[in-house]
Design a protein around this ligand. Structure first.
Ligand code: PGA
Length: 236
């Protein structure tokens, strides 16, 4: 089996480039994707030997008068292989809706970058499959899944320290794969990551027990020691 993909979403952290470089230096592994804030992308890319970089968002147009926005073409130029799209913080705090995220997915694919498409139910309930299905279908139906990565991130688990119970995550993974297969014949081959309060201790359980193809990590990817421990645990 190939190594699980570990994507580090640094969000609006750290504040100093020096610190960003320090974290990057301990996480420079082939299966790692570091997603720093835009302004650090070029500098981080420069020091990485094995890991890839990704962005945390982009705009839905390639060029033009869009003050303050970043084009996927610029991300390509900066060496990004991935872009996280539709993160719940973007949806909730910046009012991104399915239509907007769909446009971004199509544009990112058209410039040769892989979108990491985030989905996940709002509340903790074992009956939330329909919400997950609606998100997946709304975002991906009619799109080629070839270069898509899905990240299952139940919102109650993000940044709370309460990761999704393993049995629930495992069921959701099975369900997501089924929906992906309905969207496209070989859809079950689309990598699905788990995200939400992953730490060095529980990381390998989501890979080995629940069967996810990788992880999307927030908080822990900002702490050098715990992030390198996490990486060791998922690859051994
Ligand atoms: P967390 O964040 O690991 O801090 O819960 C995950 C995410 O927002 O992708």
């Amino acid at each position: 089996m190939s190594q699980p993909l570990v994507v580090a979403n640094w969000k609006m952290n750290p504040q100093k480039l020096k610190e960003a470089k320090e974290i990057a230096s301990v996480s420079d592994e082939k299966n790692v994707v570091l997603c720093p804030p835009f302004v650090f992308l070029l500098e981080i890319k420069k020091i990485l030997k094995k890991a890839n970089t990704g962005a945390q968002n982009c705009f839905s147009k390639k060029r033009g008068a869009f003050t303050g926005e970043i084009s996927p073409l610029m991300l390509k130029e900066a060496g990004c292989k991935y872009v996280i799209l539709g993160h719940s913080e973007r949806r909730e705090l910046f009012e991104e809706d399915t239509k907007k995220i769909r446009e971004k997915i199509a544009l990112v694919l058209s410039v040769g970058i892989s979108p990491i498409v985030c989905i996940g139910e709002k509340r903790k309930s074992r009956k939330n499959e329909e919400e997950v299905k609606k998100q997946l279908v709304g975002l991906l139906k009619g799109t080629s899944l070839k270069h898509i990565i899905v990240a299952y991130e139940p919102r109650f688990a993000i940044g709370t320290g309460n990761s999704c119970p393993l049995d629930v995550a495992k069921k959701r993974l099975f369900f997501i794969k089924k929906v992906l297969q309905d969207i496209e014949k070989k859809g079950e081959k689309t990598p699905v990551l788990y995200g939400g309060s992953v730490n060095a201790k529980n990381a390998s359980l989501y890979i080995k027990d629940a069967g996810f193809q990788g992880l999307l990590i927030g908080g822990v990817s900002l702490k050098k020691e715990s992030f390198s421990k996490l990486l060791k645990n998922v690859t051994k």
